[in-house]
Write a protein that binds this ligand. Structure first.
Ligand SMILES: NC(=O)c1ccc[n+]([C@@H]2O[C@H](COP(=O)([O-])OP(=O)(O)OC[C@H]3O[C@@H](n4cnc5c(N)ncnc54)[C@H](O)[C@@H]3O)[C@@H](O)[C@H]2O)c1
Length: 309
């Protein structure tokens, strides 16, 4: 029985930090790929040299090519340009489309049976690109956004109530952009509905902060975007898949009729296990929530239409 093999494309902030989390959790042997010679090799060797200190028994290899990635079980795509201050996710669309397409083609050639998690922005569109270019079935290509958006929602609730993050459940639907749809009606704290613990105005503030959380980090960092929480979120998805945990997490999945949406990649709650997206879970929505979801879906549909794949 061999170890699982994980490829991470893009050895920048998100990719290298994802390698760090994955190594510490001993999820499998890791291959880091980047176009800048020396970066993936240097970061991989640095992580290898932390093994005796941290005591994890997986190998980390760096490369500028894809030969070393052959036979990967799981591939996380983080390659691309990060959003800079004042730059919208949509601005990134055309450049990252080329980067994600070429990475996907190389991955599929080496690992035709892998599961792909896309992290590159604009997330819903890049997930659609990877799904289309790979030709993989819909369960084997997904995007990471909902885990991160829900984590941000949860931590802002925990900070407001001064309670443990462990006791908070929260759900965010929709595209990974300013139109995402955090659902306070589905948020609970130790099983107690959030709506019983905080007044509506406070919840509204938390929802708005969640929607703008990516931009808040960009304004602070000035030269880059968030990477600790995005990489941790991608690795939570990897963990659920590689260990067949059947976790229920919000992910960007290809939809065929669910939520009344067709042929788009969009944030919804799914069951994640060894087959990837094993089920899309549909939750009931109020008219107001449904309208917000539809508005978010229209934005994603318009960007997909502009792709000319
Ligand atoms: N889905 C999310 O919630 C989320 C959160 C944070 C960041 N992101 C996105 O993730 C991506 C990476 O962010 P980051 O902060 O790590 O950026 P970064 O600039 O630190 O790293 C990106 C890396 O990709 C590499 N790269 C570029 N073209 C490549 C190619 N063709 N093949 C291989 N590698 C290539 C670059 O050399 C760089 O090392 C960005 O698109 C960013 O917007 C998404």
């Amino acid at each position: 029985m061999g170890r699982k093999k994980i490829t991470i494309v893009g050895a920048g902030n998100v990719g290298a930090t994802a390698a760090h989390w994955a190594a510490e959790k001993e999820l499998g042997d890791i291959v880091l790929v980047d176009i800048i010679d020396g970066i993936p090799q240097g970061k991989a060797l640095d992580l290898m040299e932390s093994r005796p200190v941290e005591g994890f028994d997986v190998t980390i290899t760096g490369s500028t090519g894809y030969d070393e990635t052959a036979g990967s079980d799981l591939v996380i795509i983080t390659s691309g340009l990060a959003r800079k201050r004042g730059m919208s996710r949509e601005d990134l669309l055309q450049q990252n489309k080329e980067i994600v397409s070429s990475a996907t083609r190389s991955i599929v050639a080496q690992s035709p049976h892998c599961i792909i998690i896309v992290v590159s922005n604009p997330l819903d569109i890049m997930t659609y690109v990877a799904k289309a270019v790979s030709g993989f079935p819909k369960n084997r290509v997904m995007g990471m956004a909902g885990v991160l958006d829900s984590a941000r929602f949860k931590v802002f609730i925990a900070m407001e109530l001064n309670v443990s993050v462990e006791d908070i459940q929260a759900l965010v639907l929709g595209g990974h952009g300013d139109s995402m749809v955090p659902l306070p009606r589905y948020a609970t704290v130790g099983g107690i509905p959030l709506t019983q613990l905080l007044p509506a105005e406070k919840i509204e503030q938390i929802v708005n902060r969640t929607r703008n959380a990516g931009g808040e980090i960009v304004s602070l960092l000035k030269l880059g975007s968030a990477f600790y929480s995005p990489s941790a979120s991608a690795i939570q998805m990897a963990d659920a898949i590689l260990k067949d945990k059947k976790r229920v997490l919000s992910c960007c999945a290809y939809l065929e009729g669910e939520y009344g949406l067709n042929h788009i990649c969009f944030g919804v709650p799914v069951k994640l296990g060894s087959r990837g997206v094993e089920q899309v879970l549909e939750v009931s929505l109020t008219d107001e929530e449904r309208a917000l979801v539809q508005r978010s879906a229209r934005e994603v549909e318009e960007s997909i239409a502009s792709l000319k794949l």
